[in-house]
Design a protein around this ligand. Structure first.
Ligand SMILES: Nc1nc2c(c(=O)[nH]1)N[C@H]1C(S)=C(S)[C@@H](COP(=O)(O)OP(=O)(O)OC[C@H]3O[C@@H](n4cnc5c(=O)[nH]c(N)nc54)[C@H](O)[C@@H]3O)O[C@H]1N2
Ligand SMILES: Nc1nc2c(c(=O)[nH]1)N[C@H]1C(S)=C(S)[C@@H](COP(=O)(O)OP(=O)(O)OC[C@H]3O[C@@H](n4cnc5c(=O)[nH]c(N)nc54)[C@H](O)[C@@H]3O)O[C@H]1N2
Ligand code: SF4
Ligand SMILES: [Mo]
Length: 758
């Protein structure tokens, strides 16, 4: 960590930010960030910085540990606490420049929270947790895993890897599962998220990743954005898009909710959740019918056009309107705009993927991109905005997956398996393990007996909360490795305290495939340890000989076994800044844009993949007449383990709510702010109403961030995409009714996510 010589500069920066925030409060009627960003907080920070002696402060640049945008900034600390963040040297921040969002800037209360885990926990004789030495905790873990291996074989064990952790740590989580435990059942949150993107893009274009760079996102002529609440979930990308639209680009948004990005759109079309392939096929049909497709691109770079043309015939504008609610005229105008733009980026997130036909939705979008020739040229391509800070790298590229080894090398491929069997000195089964969503059913069926859950909170985040909890409770042996005793850890036999991204070194890979450095900016808390250290110590107690001196050594081993990361060493990332994969050797510059010459398929062509009619596995009917869709808000992060410990954030949004259209609310006699009971076939919750025409009359929305009245009581663990096994989080049939004897406050409906750095 470098010593700061710029503390006055930080204090004055924070002071200016505070003034800016106050200006916002005065001038923007429906304030915003003010709630979280808190004048008070900013003032405290400015004060605490100026109170410190210069030589007590450190400053270092690191990468944000919240979302996959991959913002970088300088963190000021006294070694113990994060005092402030500030834009870093722009050379070091290729993705965000000087922008960050409220979470990256302020949400660090979790670091020193009173209930942060600082010592291992084990159960005492009466089943209560008590603190233990690392030695005792490790012995319990070894005994627990060995017992299950002896009784049922290693394949009865499972690992949930953490996309919050670094690439190096995730490489070790995959290696630990296969080499130390002898199981291919290792998976992570990608399964609940973008795995349908990965399967959909792998079969059409080859790589399960964004083809574009942030630069393309800043400069394109046109955007088609769907199923992405960009300004709340990827705020800094949202800001880039808004700027470019202000400069004249077109922005078309299809979403069941009029989320903030829709307010900036040149065309916003409200759709019924769950029928995306229908309207996307409608666009393709119109484009081909009207000769707006890119015939040269199709001829030279794709296969399957005739089959696609045939398959989209049934999706007339009239049919699309009937099924999705998108007016025929809007289908036509969107098709015209996309097809005639010089370049177009297709951006999506979970509104497309979290369905029982997410892979088909993604394939349909890939078809649209290819048919209009919008791949592999500047400003054009596919851009699934990835989720967790390191889900691209840690959750995918590093191979903690049931069917893939690092770098998407298939477990079924004999050569790939042999390479890893030799390098890791172990046997690897050619049969894939269980995906996360399948693990819970396998445990029910008595096929899976133990789980090592690292940095995830499946008790709350998996679909069908009741089912998930029962499985965790019944798990013969459960180890949880986390920053907190989260809702999953409550069922654990042993809990191991891990370090957060602020306390450790390594790399994260962001949504545009850029590998960036993560540096420790504060001391480790209590006896907690970085995930890689825990994994190494456990592997050695289970009979292996791991001797990584640091995370650079892990990266070195990984890159030699992973062609797409072949040229990415920590030393190089440190020296050059971000490097985008694929980067095949140390002289390779990295790849800004995919598919400029050819696709990553055997014949080098994009494989157009016809997609027929599809609908959700559960649709509204007489008993449950509304569609529930679920997701995020700007201020909160997932199950709240981190953001719920930041006072400023909780002042602004401290409880669950349901968005209901005014007409729907009136029909049911529901008043704004009053409690509403929401019931599905799985369960019921009661949350305050937020009446807003952001949602249509057939849809309600509940966020996923709260343990009390958790929305996953209502979702379903059975309904999965057939290939990716992603749950249908975005569609459940529900009914609502007014509950009169409780009250609650709700957040304001429209929030401006930017923090004023840009
Ligand atoms: N503040 C914040 N930011 C985050 C996170 C967080 O928890 N909080 N989590 C991160 C993670 S892991 C992820 S994966 C991303 C997720 O980022 P998003 O996917 O943008 O987040 P969601 O809130 O799930 O939003 C889904 C969007 O899809 C729309 N939608 C719902 N149903 C449908 C449908 O059937 N069709 C279409 N076309 N649209 C639909 C919703 O209205 C919403 O706009 O966010 C990342 N960033
Ligand atoms: N209804 C509904 N449910 C959903 C979704 C939805 O849209 N709707 N979205 C799904 C999606 S996209 C996702 S990604 C999942 C997210 O679900 P999870 O990944 O289960 O949620 P998080 O709350 O992010 O859990 C991360 C855990 O890691 C811990 N942690 C943080 N940093 C570290 C670290 O460095 N090391 C270790 N060991 N632990 C760490 C945190 O304390 C926290 O307990 O939720 C899914 N669930
Ligand atoms: S946009 Fe994402 S990466 Fe950037 S500061 Fe916010 S949470 Fe962090
Ligand atoms: Mo995610």
């Amino acid at each position: 960590m470098a010593m700061s010589n710029d503390t006055n500069g930080v204090a004055s920066y924070m002071q200016q930010a505070k003034e800016q925030a106050c200006k916002n409060i005065e001038h923007v009627a429906e304030d915003v960030a003010a709630g979280t960003m808190p004048e008070g907080k900013l003032f405290d920070i400015a004060q605490s910085i100026s109170d410190k002696r210069l030589d007590e402060l450190t400053v270092d640049t690191t990468t944000c540990g919240y979302c996959a945008v991959g913002c970088r900034f300088d963190v000021y600390s006294d070694g113990d606490e994060v005092l402030a963040t500030r834009p870093a040297d722009p050379e070091e921040t290729p993705v965000n420049g000087i922008s960050t969002c409220v979470k990256g800037k302020f949400s660090y209360g979790f670091v020193n929270a009173d209930d942060r885990l600082t010592k291992p926990l084990v159960r005492n004789e009466s089943g209560e947790f008590r603190t233990a030495s690392w030695d005792e905790a490790y012995n319990r873990v070894v005994a627990g895993f060995e017992d299950i291996m002896d009784k049922h074989g290693g394949e009865a064990l499972s690992v949930i890897a953490s996309s919050k952790a670094t690439n190096e740590e995730n490489y070790l989580m995959g290696k630990f599962a296969r080499q130390v435990l002898g199981t291919n059942t290792v998976d992570n949150c990608n399964r609940l998220c973008h795995s349908s993107t990965v399967t959909g893009l792998a079969k059409t274009f080859g790589y399960g990743a964004a083809s574009v760079s942030i630069e393309d996102l800043e400069t394109t002529d046109c955007y088609l954005i769907t199923g992405s609440n960009t300004t709340e979930a990827h705020p800094v990308i949202g800001t880039r898009i808004k700027q470019n639209v202000r400069d004249g680009s077109d922005l078309i948004v299809f979403d069941p909710r009029e989320v903030q990005i829709a307010e900036y759109a040149t065309q916003y079309t409200q759709i019924t959740p769950g029928y995306d392939a229908v309207w996307i096929n409608g666009l393709i049909r119109y484009i081909i019918e009207n000769n707006l497709h890119d015939a040269a691109f199709i001829e030279e770079r794709t296969t399957g056009f005739e089959e696609l043309k045939e398959a989209v015939q049934e999706f007339t504008p009239e049919l699309v309107e009937e099924i999705t609610g998108a007016p025929a005229a809007e289908i036509e105008s969107a098709a015209e705009t996309v097809a005639t733009a010089d370049s177009c980026v297709f951006g999506w997130t979970l509104g497309i993927t979290e369905h029982s036909h997410g892979t088909e939705n993604v394939a349909a979008l890939a078809n649209l991109a290819a048919v209009t020739g919008n791949v592999g040229k500047p400003g054009a391509g596919v851009s699934p905005f990835r989720g967790q800070n390191n889900v691209q790298g840690g959750g995918g590229d590093m191979g903690p997956l049931p069917d893939n080894l690092p770098g998407y090398q298939k477990i079924s491929n004999d050569d790939a398996r042999e390479t890893f069997e030799n390098a890791w000195n172990c046997d690897i089964s050619a049969e894939r393990g269980y995906y996360t969503t399948e693990m819970f059913h396998a445990a029910d069926a008595g096929e899976l007996h133990g789980m090592y859950c690292i940095g995830e909170n499946p008790s709350l985040s998996e679909p069908g909360k009741g089912h998930g909890e029962t499985v965790l409770k019944n798990m013969e042996f459960l180890v949880v490795q986390d920053l907190f005793l989260n809702e999953t850890a409550k069922y654990a036999d042993v809990v191991l305290p891990a370090c957060s991204f602020l306390e450790k070194e390594g790399t994260f890979t962001n949504t545009d495939r850029t590998v960036q450095k993560v540096n420790p900016v504060i001391e480790q808390r209590g006896d907690s340890k970085p995930d890689w250290v825990i994994l190494q110590e456990l592997a050695n107690r289970l009979g292996r000989e791991w001797d990584y001196e640091n995370t650079a050594a892990i990266m070195e081993e990984m890159r030699q076994l992973t062609p797409i990361y072949g040229g990415i060493s920590q030393e190089r990332v440190e020296r050059e800044g971000g490097i985008q994969w694929p980067c095949f050797d140390l002289d390779h510059p990295g790849t800004q844009r995919l598919y400029t010459e050819s696709f990553n398929t055997e014949d080098g062509n994009a494989h157009l993949t016809p997609v027929g009619y599809s609908e959700p596995m559960e649709t509204p009917g007489d008993d449950y007449p509304l569609t529930l869709t679920t997701g995020r808000v700007l201020y909160q992060y997932h199950t709240g383990t981190m953001t719920h410990r930041e006072e400023g954030i909780m002042e602004y949004n401290d409880q669950n709510f349901v968005e209901i259209n005014p007409e729907t609310a009136a029909d049911d006699g529901i008043m704004d702010g009053e409690p509403v009971r929401i019931e599905s076939q799985r369960g019921e919750i009661t949350v305050p109403a937020q009446i807003t025409d952001r949602v249509g009359t057939d849809t309600v929305f509940v966020p996923m961030h709260f343990a009390e009245n958790a929305v996953n009581e209502l979702t379903d663990s059975e309904r999965l995409d057939p290939e990716a096994k992603t749950p249908e989080f975005k569609v459940s049939a529900v009914r609502i009714s007014s509950v009169e004897d409780e009250t609650g406050s709700v957040r304001s409906a429209d929030a401006d996510p930017t923090v004023g750095d840009d």
